[in-house]
Design a protein around this ligand. Structure first.
Ligand SMILES: [Zn+2]
Length: 157
């Protein structure tokens, strides 16, 4: 059995039961699930856009109370902000502007976690931007919360 946390995965941050199962498989394989060679092995969502630096897809495990939960994944393996090409920021802005128009987003937020997954609370340690549009017009709506950092008692090796 692989460790809960390795260079590519932090199972302690996984939320859904089937997500944990798939993440366990990835941890056992000891490779990065967001690198292009492996993405299709686990990620079953459509790729909506492929740029030079980023690809856009939908989150396989969207947060509760989201209307849209998109992942904008950096195409090269990267974990730290310093790994990003500065010009990739320009493409990212072009992509999010286009998505806003295309899907007529009323409003929402972007989250970019980076670095050590005990600090970022990321499950997959490969830089990606989460574009989150809350389903705020639904009657049972509750605010969407993005977590950063993992509490001590949940850190298992
Ligand atoms: Zn990767």
């Amino acid at each position: 059995m692989a460790k809960n946390k390795n260079a590519f995965i932090n199972l302690n941050n996984a939320r859904e039961e089937d997500q944990v199962k798939i993440m366990q498989k990835i941890a056992d394989s000891d490779h990065c699930p967001f690198c292009s060679a492996n993405l299709r092995l686990y990620h079953k969502q459509p790729i909506l856009h492929e740029g030079q630096y980023w690809l856009v897809t939908t989150n396989q495990w969207p947060y509760k109370h989201t209307k849209h939960h998109l992942l904008i994944i950096y195409r090269q393996h990267a974990t730290k902000l310093a790994d990003l090409e500065t010009v990739a920021g320009s493409e990212l802005f072009a992509i999010i502007k286009e998505l806003e128009q295309k899907y007529a987003f009323e409003g929402g937020g972007l989250a970019l976690r980076f670095g050590d997954t005990d600090f970022s609370a990321g499950t997959v340690n490969h830089l990606h931007v989460q574009l989150i549009i809350p389903d705020a017009m639904k009657k049972d709506f509750e605010p969407v919360r993005v977590k950063l950092g993992l509490q001590w008692e949940k850190r298992k090796n």
